[in-house]
Design a protein around this ligand. Structure first.
Ligand code: PMV
Length: 334
């Protein structure tokens, strides 16, 4: 039985534009998803009490097409099961053990579909735990690549490498197309506001694509986000946190122009700015979910807690570890 965990992330800059080849800079945060993989003779059984699916327990053998009999909305079930199924498939493929059966248990303190990279963290941790349980240790590069393939498949081809690379490596990373690398970042005082909701990443990515194809201003906006990311990288290299914050504000404005913000995300962004945050923006696909602000005082968190539409706020530390093994009692046999 092996347990691996992987961090969630916030986007400092560049979500959505990264889909069109612009750079993005996500940062891993210490909120983690933890996946335990244990061999069983065949099939797949998945247990979780944390994926916002209370008491979510699924047991079935067969493939993703066999819908398990549980009482949760199809979309949530499909999302959760899709990532786990594909991650297990990747592990079977990597270990050349196509028929390996698993019991998978997921624990996560990353809200599902809220822009903090829960699916990437689950995919990374699941592949790592399941391959180790089969006696195979993947390099971080291969792990990130296989986790990307999971997202690519589940999200119908609408995925960048940003989430999965960041969750695998930890720290701040820079992703531009296929080019993924770690990068230095100063200590950033992240405060997260969460509206309790979730956005539909696939639908939001598709809406930006449509806008970009229909209006020149939208294509220019995507390119302008790329310029902000490049300026943001310079500010990070100079450890100019105030400038990082200003650029985050601009980035939020441009995401809003692309139609991916929401009333509650805007309300949280403005509450953070009014409370003196150095910068605030939505993080991830948008539509609902989380904002990230920079504030080393407690003012932003307090203001968010009083903001209608904000369900909770919390401070997040940069995670420098990336994926890690929590416990390894693997037999090592396939
Ligand atoms: O909301 P998340 O954590 O799934 O992030 C989506 C980020 C996008 O740039 C909108 C899509 C992608 O795959 O990069």
């Amino acid at each position: 039985m092996v347990t691996s965990s992987a961090p969630g992330k916030v986007y400092l800059f560049g979500e959505h534009a990264v889909v069109y080849g612009e750079p993005a800079v996500p940062c891993a945060i210490e909120q983690r998803a933890s996946v335990t993989a244990e061999r069983r003779p065949e099939g797949l059984s998945v247990h979780s009490s944390d994926l916002t699916l209370d008491g979510f327990t699924v047991e079935y053998s067969g493939d993703a097409a066999g819908r398990p009999d549980v009482d949760v909305p199809d979309t949530l079930l499909e999302a959760a099961m899709g990532y786990v199924n594909e991650a297990v498939e990747q592990a079977r493929d990597a270990a050349d053990a196509p028929d390996a059966g698993f019991e998978i248990t997921i624990e996560s303190d990353i809200p599902l579909g809220a822009g903090l990279g829960s699916s990437a963290a689950v995919a990374v941790a699941a592949i790592d735990a399941a391959t180790r349980e089969l006696g195979v240790e993947l390099s971080r590069g291969e792990l990130a690549d296989r986790a990307y393939r999971v997202e690519h498949t589940v999200q119908d081809g609408q995925a960048s490498r940003a989430d999965t690379f960041c969750s695998t490596m930890g720290g701040a990373v820079r992703v531009e197309g296929e080019d993924c690398r770690t990068t230095d970042a100063p200590d950033l005082p992240f405060v997260i506001g969460y509206d309790g909701g979730a956005g539909d990443t696939g639908a939001l990515v598709a809406s930006v694509r449509e806008l970009r194809e229909s209006y020149d201003f939208a294509a220019d906006t995507v390119a302008a986000i790329g310029d902000i990311v490049r300026s943001g990288e310079r500010a990070l290299a100079e450890a100019d946190v105030a400038e990082v914050g200003r650029l985050m504000d601009f980035n939020h404005g441009l995401l809003s122009a692309l139609g991916v913000s929401s009333r509650s995300l805007d309300a949280m962004v403005w509450a953070a700015r009014d409370a003196g945050a150095m910068g605030a923006k939505l993080t991830g696909a948008g539509g609902g979910g989380c904002i990230v602000a920079l504030d080393d005082t407690s003012e932003t968190a307090t203001a968010l807690d009083y903001t209608p539409g904000c369900e909770r706020s919390f401070r997040a530390e940069l995670d420098t570890d990336g994926v890690r093994v929590e416990s390894d009692g693997a037999g090592g046999s396939t």
